[in-house]
Write a protein that binds this ligand. Sequence first.
Ligand code: AN7
Length: 425
Amino acid sequence: MDGELMKMSFHLECIGCGSRYDPDQVIYTCRRCGDLLSVEFDLSDVPGNIEDAWRGRPLSVWRYRELLPVSTFERRVSLGEGGTSLNRCIRLSDKIGLKNLYVKNEGENPTGSFKDRGMTVGVTKALELGMVRVACASTGNTSASLAAYAARAGIECIVLIPSGKIAFGKLTQAIIHGAKVIQVKGNFDEALRIVRRICHTHRIYLLNSVNPFRLEGQKTAAFEIRDQLCGKVPDKIVIPVGNAGNISAYWKGFMELHKIGLIDDLPQMIGIQAEGAAPIANSLKKGLDFIEFVENPETVATAIRIGSPVNWKKAVRAIKESRGTVEKVSDKEILEAQRLLAQLEGIFVEPASAASIAGLIRLVNEGLIDKDETVVCILTGHGLKDPDIVVRQFARPIEVEATEEAVIDAIMRKEKIAVGVHYSM
Ligand code: AN7
């Protein structure tokens, strides 16, 4: 069975009016009502022994190829994405007061973020559709990932980024992979609006998370968690939310496993936003059933500095259907969580990822997560993407003469070189 694709039928379906579309056309939203589209498989086709096929392959996005909407597996555009580790956190658990805390370290992906799961599928799809130019707007990670996968595929890549507002490592990635990088004098939401229009009027394939094929790749992280927990499902998934695609993708993944009978329970989905960019958290807390967008989002976690999350409807569904919740955290809480994770567990993540830990701490303190529950926090991107934020907060290493005495003297001055002396902002 390996390498051989079991043909599973799928189509595109509008999440609002239910209109169906052929998946072999370039379309991002419903032509009838304008709502988001979702890839839907006929899950009654799934063979009973699907797990045997999965078990024979390495933990990765393409392990689950039967549930990925491409027909050219052999010609997939891949860099070895997925298969990221799920780490049990003993020291952090003790600090927070939880018993079963795990983190899924998506920073281990080829370009250092979870976006690679989506791009391997999205760029493979672009080739299937005969598209030779791809584009996205990005707070950084999407552009880094798309640039790499477009290079791998040998196609042209255009990225729009908010001027001066993306982490240096991410900008560097887009440049070295040869993307046409366009800085827009505006925020992410404005850049996304522009690129959506351009992809509509030109033959350029849009690979933001409004593209439903990308989310199909991202849902495989849910499959991996189930496999890494030996068939069990955590009580709660805690995940940072920006454009709200990833939380929607995880929920879709768990729902599919449930529908095909591979899990009995479903996790509760908990989204975490940064205080200055929290349209979903603010609106749900007010009891609204629509989202009030944030005009000028601001946060130290530039990856999730998003005021008009395009996938908000899918995310609100995920949160409500799973009886989950959404919380917001301050920049100070985010940076403190980043430091804790680095110093208690040896895992260095970028600020947006630390939002999930900050949110977890808040929810535990508020009594909304019980200490006996099994919790998986999603760490979406690697810390090396954004070193500036760390350098700005911590003391610079001390400098001494090149003598043994001077070094010994420095070691003795413990208070000055104590690892992790934290200078709050
Ligand atoms: C590290 O790169 O939107 O809620 O343009 O880079 O699915 O948007 C990044 C998002 C969380 C939020 N953590 O995910 C982009 C972009 C990190 C991220 C998110 C992003 P979504």
